[in-house]
Design a protein around this ligand. Structure first.
Ligand code: UDP
Ligand code: MG
Length: 322
């Protein structure tokens, strides 16, 4: 009987989270017990050390209980890649992805798992944050981003949905087949498809340390998301370039008629200045945007692995693995 138990893999990436180690290890062992009691699921934890420079990996090694392994990457690859590294090592019937900074609670995790267990028709249950706390400006920016990225696409990338989700084995497998190097997980989950269900929640505050997302990071990440999932900005710019050229042409004709047929002396430099600045601006913006796409194409075309594993430590054995 116990041999036929379904299993749940828990994937959690971490970067310098020493402050959260005791709390997160406790959360995981409670999750172990609860999940076994309520759903008869046996858990295995796969923590990914995304190039931590503090001693969080060693601390986790001491604090974790039950079945666990820590995959140590050779350097910091970013959370998106760390999640893939964890998923690559899953073999359970279900997979839960969560952060190690205690912003993803035991309570919400259990709710996600319950939804998936109780709905055989659903393949993925993801947690969706309500942005009550976010500023108006920020939520408008997010709206703009999602409408841009979702226009003329066969799949929808949901707003405020992150990596905090639980999925069945085929979904996890599908996700690992997508080997994008510059990863935008939200887009990849949506691209992979399957039947999704959202669960609204409010993330807890961080237990310690700081978020690794600065404003600049977020902007760069959004640009990357757009460049790897949407061709719409390119089209908009091409069309506005055409419109600007057309407007310039019409204005030119108007001046031509004024000078030659009505003898009006047109002051030259304001119109010149406008044309130069407007068109120059368009050119620069378009060039930068094309650059974004070229950069994504270039990164993907290099035949490099998405990440490198330094070693894997586990409760069963400590040591190196290829
Ligand atoms: N993280 C990671 N690699 C990174 C940045 C973050 O593995 O390069 C981990 C981090 O330790 C945490 C999770 O990813 O467990 C979420 O990171 P963070 O809290 O900075 O993001 P936020 O919650 O602000 O979205
Ligand atoms: Mg966090």
């Amino acid at each position: 009987m116990s041999e036929s138990k379904l299993t749940l893999d828990i994937v959690a990436p971490f970067l310098n989270e020493a402050a959260s180690v005791p709390g997160f290890a406790r959360l995981l062992s409670e999750l172990d017990a609860e999940v076994l009691r309520r759903f008869g699921l046996k858990t295995r934890k796969i923590l990914v050390d995304d190039g931590s420079t503090d001693d969080s990996a060693a601390l986790f090694g001491k604090a974790l209980t039950g079945d666990w392994e820590i995959v140590r990457l050779s350097r910091n690859f970013g959370k998106e890649v760390a999640v893939l590294a964890g998923l690559d090592r899953t073999r359970g019937d279900m997979v839960l992805i969560m952060d190690a900074d205690l912003q993803h609670s035991l309570d919400v995790s259990l709710k996600l798992i319950a939804e998936l267990v109780e709905n055989p028709d659903i393949d993925v249950v993801y947690a969706r944050t309500n942005r009550e706390g976010a500023s108006w400006k920020r939520s408008q920016l997010a709206k703009l981003f999602y409408s841009l990225i979702n226009s003329s696409q066969r799949f929808d990338i949901p707003e405020n949905a992150g990596d905090f989700r639980v999925m069945r084995a085929p979904v996890a497998k599908a996700f690992t087949l997508l080997r994008d190097k510059r990863r935008f997980n939200k887009g990849l989950y949506a691209w992979a498809g399957f039947r999704h269900k959202a669960l609204i929640y409010t993330p807890a505050d961080r237990a310690g340390g700081t978020s690794k997302w600065s404003r600049g990071n977020l902007l760069a990440f959004s640009l990357e998301g757009i460049a790897s999932f949407s061709v719409v900005p390119l089209r908009i710019l091409t069309l506005s370039g055409l419109a600007a050229a057309l407007a310039g042409g019409i204005y030119g004709l108007k001046i031509f008629f004024e000078v030659f047929f009505y003898g009006i002396a047109v002051p030259g430099f304001p119109s010149l200045l406008i044309a130069v600045v407007v068109l120059g601006g368009f050119n620069l913006a378009l060039l930068g945007l094309i650059g974004e796409y070229v950069w994504v194409a270039l990164s993907e075309s290099k035949d490099r692995p998405v990440y490198i594993v330094r070693d894997v430590v586990s409760n069963a054995r400590d040591g190196k693995e290829p």
